[in-house]
Design a protein. Sequence first.
Length: 368
Amino acid sequence: MRGTDGMQESLFTVAKLDDFVPPDHPLCTVRMLVNEALSRLNGLFNSIYADTGRESIAPEKLVRALLLQVFYSVRSERQLMEQMRYNLLFRWFVGLAIDDDVWDHSVFSKNRDRLLAHAVVESFFAEVMALADKKGLLSKEHFSVDGTLIQAWAGQKSFRPKDGSDDQTPSGGGRNALADWKGRPRSNDTHASTTDPDSRLYRKSHNTASILCYQGHVLMENRTGLVVGAVVSHADGTGERAAALAMLDTVPGSRPKTVAADKAYDTADFVAACRKRNVTPHVAQNDGRRGGSAIDGRTTRHGGYRVSQTIRKRIEEHFGWGKTVGRIRQTVFRGIKRVDQHFKLTMTASNIVRMARILCAVPQGALQ
């Protein structure tokens, strides 16, 4: 007998969102880790909000929604709210019931800004790392460091002289006329972007074009490849080494450590600063540098040096995931503080995905 092409909704339903999510869905383990980390932030959340007045969006739901935006490469908060209206998986992960109203995107943005103003992203990153340490996933002796460029949300035409002279106005008519800067000196000392003044004109190598960008830095532990430090700096050619030392200073404990890095970190100043901190620099040798490499046979003769050089390449997995999934190839935020928080949130999401994959693959207690 042929069925009828119609739909008749029940007056009452007892279905729960949990009934629609398979128990082996990847987000199940992710949600468990996220909730455990968020439970440690109750004190911070209580200090942000007043005891009286109109209820705001629960901060836990805000953080889970922001993570979904990273996990599923949702382009904007308007699209995120649209997804939450009809996507049962999104509702389940965030903590909304089937018949709960979804927030307006502008309300969501204002509540998100309140969290960012109180360094919730930084605190959440720290709690996720504390959770990883509790589960035996972190190394306290062996690390790797690297950096990547993050293109700013600003165009080349916004890079104008600081003194106000308009010597590079595009010729021709129209709003988007072609511009030719060939032969015109342009540097960060004399020019700045009018769209994002914190961005810097920088190029990765002599064979690449200059872009307005920031530089993201990551400190990774070498046991399971989790990010233990993430920060954004101005792209100036020296910030990567300064950021690496600053992140190493945040690692607790006085025991000897190692840090692996590529050739860009092979400078006498960086190597000396590492040794002063009781950190052995397992830096790739740059024999083409004037004066030769700062790393000699006293370091390269050990087997641990070769192991560090192999493991440090895992850091590219975080950068690759962040640029293809987390959308940090070009940030949509302006200002170094906002870009830094977006970068930290993306690296936190990358850590959570990696932790969930490890914990699902390794038997309970095997890492203790």
